[in-house]
Design a binder for this molecule. Structure first.
Ligand code: ADP
Length: 484
């Protein structure tokens, strides 16, 4: 096991362009905090518009050669990067726990999951195919080819510091695109360490740049209107996604948007209640509830409601809360004090509107940004907690009567990322999965993310799909060549 001090002493902490660390052009730095203690971990260079321009110049200069690099070579670099991340698993895991707060066991899970995108897309890189056909009229031949979109900007959130990066970087590089990453200011260290891994894996200069910054818009807005940039891929809130879509419209950029979620978790009257409780624990508590796929609204048929609530409450009460790097911790801190206050405000609003606190309902400890695992029952339909993403360890439960009411409640949102159902009836499962307005539906499963499956949402949860065999299409343009 690596020591925190040793790890922090060797990390890149500057702007990363051309496989090198450089100080921010304007010279400033910002602090990265440990949310379990509120203490500063490291100071990191604070990139601005000049650094962004330099990164785009490097990306544009490298684009043509990278696109022309044989797919097998691109694949081998991705595969080497996968191997290095796995070899350095302990460093990545501890680093994510330190800057994001999740328990070490979950960080280790994210290292495997995040690295897997590198391996998956190393395998996809050599299977980019077009097609040939003949015109029905008999006097034309149709050749369809795929080409990389070109230099791409990726903007990533803090909740999965490694996986949200690799899920974009791997398909972009596999397709032959260069990429500039603007990680979240809360968690830039993991992405900088990943940039170092890519250098060591042999990625050519300029293909990948990382711009840590507290001035997100100042860094990204000029890139989005620069004709050399061809694509934006974003994971974050719907609110920021809409701002970015407006900016991307200026030059009709290709966009992939993974935005907010408000996932329903629906337990029908024929469900195995114990399995549903297990699933709810996973869907709710993975990543301290800070996931866009987190079960945000738990709807339980009144036939099994009381049993489900009692069992879920007992499980939530028993969770061990504490710093993520302490052995046995199951629930870490929230990312910031601001986020903890947001969660607390959503709980108070629900209680004001009649919800009952079955467990939790308050902060924990004197240092760090901890909030107790919480169960709310009898949540009123007009409570904010059913409308807004919680991003915290709070299970909001509502009873319903019958399948139609459960489906209607689940679809009553402008979001459409993930949905979960628990039922033992095949017919019901088929009916309900068809009726749910979501990009991803879990049946009797609380965790659905999979490197081989298309991840993405409908409605205001986003555009496009990441991972799976679909993921690489987001970074490819289709060209039709007409022959006589
Ligand atoms: P969250 O609420 O999870 O922090 P955000 O949507 O605010 O989600 O942030 C996701 C990412 O988008 C982060 O990297 C953040 O710095 C970036 N971001 C936030 N606002 C803007 C903006 N106006 N322009 C560009 N990037 C932004």
């Amino acid at each position: 096991m690596i020591e925190t001090k040793t790890l922090l002493a060797h990390l890149p902490t500057s702007v990363w362009i051309g496989n090198k660390e450089t100080a921010a052009a304007a010279g400033g730095t910002f602090a990265v905090y440990n949310p379990a203690t509120g203490e500063v971990l490291l100071e990191v260079a604070d990139a601005g518009a000049d650094d962004a321009a330099a990164a785009l110049t490097a990306a544009a200069a490298a684009q043509q050669e990278w696109a022309a690099t044989p797919a097998r070579e691109r694949a081998q670099i991705l595969h080497r990067a996968w191997q290095i991340v796995i070899d350095r698993r302990d460093e990545f895991a501890l680093l994510m726990t330190l800057e994001m707060g999740k328990p070490l066991a979950e960080s280790q899970g994210e290292v495997n999951y995040g690295a897997e995108f590198l391996r998956w897309f190393s395998e996809e890189a050599v299977r980019i195919n077009g097609r040939y056909s003949e015109s029905p009229s008999g006097n034309g031949r149709i050749l369809v080819t795929k080409e990389p979109v070109g230099p791409t900007l990726a903007i990533t959130p803090w909740n999965f510091p490694l996986a949200m990066g690799t899920r974009k970087i791997a398909p972009a590089l596999a397709a032959g695109c260069t990429m500039i990453v603007k990680p979240a200011a809360e968690t830039p260290l993991t992405m900088l360490l990943l940039a170092e891994v890519f250098r060591d894996a042999g990625l050519p200069d300029g293909v990948l740049s990382v711009l840590p910054s507290t001035h997100a818009a100042e860094v990204t807005a000029p890139l989005l209107t620069d004709a050399r940039l061809r694509k934006l891929t974003f994971t974050g809130s719907t609110e920021v996604g809409k701002i970015l879509l407006r900016q991307a419209a200026t030059r009709v950029l290709r966009t992939s948007m993974e935005l907010g979620g408000n996932a329903p978790f629906v337990v029908f009257d024929d469900a195995d209640v114990d399995a549903a409780v297990d699933g709810a624990m996973a869907a709710k508590m993975r990543n301290i509830g800070e996931a866009c796929t987190a079960a945000n609204r738990i709807y339980v048929d009144n036939a099994v409601h009381d049993e489900f609530c009692a069992k879920l409450t007992a499980r939530m009460k028993a969770l061990r809360i504490g710093p993520g790097d302490v052995e046995g911790t199951q629930v870490g801190p929230l990312i910031t004090d601001k986020q903890r206050k947001r969660v607390a405000a959503l709980v108070s609003d629900a209680v004001d509107k009649g919800a009952v606190v079955a467990t939790g309902g308050d902060s924990y400890g004197d240092t760090g940004y901890f909030y107790h695992p919480t169960v709310l029952t009898g949540v009123s339909p007009d409570a904010r907690i059913l409308r807004e993403e919680i991003f915290g360890p709070v299970a909001a439960i509502v009873g319903f009567d019958g399948e139609a009411a459960g489906v209607a409640a689940a679809n009553d949102t402008e979001y459409g990322l993930a949905a979960y159902i628990y039922t033992n009836g095949l017919d019901g499962a088929l009916r309900v999965t068809r009726a749910l307005q979501a990009g991803m539906v879990g049946v009797n499963r609380g965790i659905i993310s999979d490197v081989a499956a298309p991840f993405g949402g409908v409605k205001e949860s986003g555009l496009g799909r990441e991972s799976g065999s679909e993921g690489i299409d987001e970074y490819l343009e289709t060209k039709y060549i007409a022959f006589p």
